[in-house]
Design a protein around this ligand. Structure first.
Ligand code: GUN
Length: 292
């Protein structure tokens, strides 16, 4: 039996419809959530991602403010834009689209975003809050892509506690936080990377496999335990220019669940960005509403 589909497009659409109601409720109290999006340069892929995020905000009733900066903007110039958004009461979340041109330090840029507006979840404090299980205490935000993967797994009731989860890729934005989120749900986690020996053997023991490598056909059918849940975070182009993930199409015949590319994790990342923005607005409202 072919794998059940982990349909991120459908789940994302449902979550965004539900969120639109929350946004209207917040807006009726005089606080429409607002997201600032900063795009440096004219990288074509980044332009598409940013356009999709701005459109998704509009569809959910979230106000967005897009600031385009030339690719020779100085670091001081970019940090100044971020500081202004930090101080802007109409802005609940700030997103600086990555990657940045090489003369700009992503670490300095991301750490300038106020942690209360860090809706991408890339700030050191958000990473620390995830590590220590403190996000639910109102500190920082979960990074959108791994958060979307967890929601996709939960939507299909994929068992996590006690299962072996294999994460391939150790980026700060996906692999490492993904491993921590699965660990927080009591999975036994193995984090694999480019120097891992015997990758196929390790992946074959995974009840859950998340691939975030960025290379087509990293995961093939012979590497998958029958019935495993396979989540494909990769976005690659094949020789014909077609969008493909990290996971080979043949995996569908072996896996129990599989997320497609496109239509799997990508739409979930956007839904989580919007949820984080509404969460940021709620937290700020709770801090500013008088109690008497
Ligand atoms: N570039 C690719 N994905 C992302 C993302 O989720 N957030 C930001 N800020 N930049 C990205």
């Amino acid at each position: 039996m072919p794998a059940r589909l982990l349909d991120g497009s459908a789940l994302s659409a449902a979550l965004r419809r539900a969120l639109a109601g929350d946004v209207e409720a917040l807006s009726s109290t005089g606080r429409r959530p607002g997201l600032a999006v900063v795009l440096v340069g004219d990288d074509p892929a980044s332009q598409v991602y940013v356009r999709n995020k701005v459109r998704a905000c509009a569809d959910a009733g979230i106000r967005s403010e897009l600031r385009r900066l030339p690719d020779d903007v100085t670091e001081a110039g970019l940090l100044d834009v971020i500081e202004r958004f930090n101080a802007d009461d109409g802005i609940d979340g700030i997103l600086v689209q990555m990657p940045l041109p090489p003369h700009l330090s992503p670490a300095r840029v991301l750490e300038t975003i106020g942690v209360d507006k860090d809706v991408d979840g890339f700030h050191l404090s958000s990473a620390g809050a995830l590590l220590h299980g403190r996000i639910e205490d109102g500190i920082g935000f979960l990074p959108c892509t791994p958060y979307g993967v967890m929601r996709l797994l939960d939507s299909a009731a994929v068992p996590i506690a006690g299962r072996h989860a294999v994460v391939i890729g150790r980026s700060n934005t996906v692999g490492k936080p993904m491993a921590l989120m699965l660990l927080a749900r009591d999975a036994t986690v193995t984090l694999c990377h480019s120097r891992t020996r015997d990758l196929p053997e390790i992946v074959r023991t995974g009840d859950i496999v998340v691939s975030a490598v960025g290379r087509a056909a990293t995961v093939t059918a012979d590497m998958i335990k029958p019935g495993a849940a396979v989540v494909d975070v990769g976005i690659n182009r094949d020789a014909a220019g077609k969008l493909v993930g990290d996971v080979d199409a043949t995996v569908r015949e072996v896996a129990g669940w599989l997320s497609p590319v496109p239509g799997g994790v990508g739409p979930m990342t956007i839904a989580m960005l919007l949820e984080n923005t509404v969460l940021a607005a709620r937290r700020r409202q709770a801090h500013t509403t008088p109690t008497t």
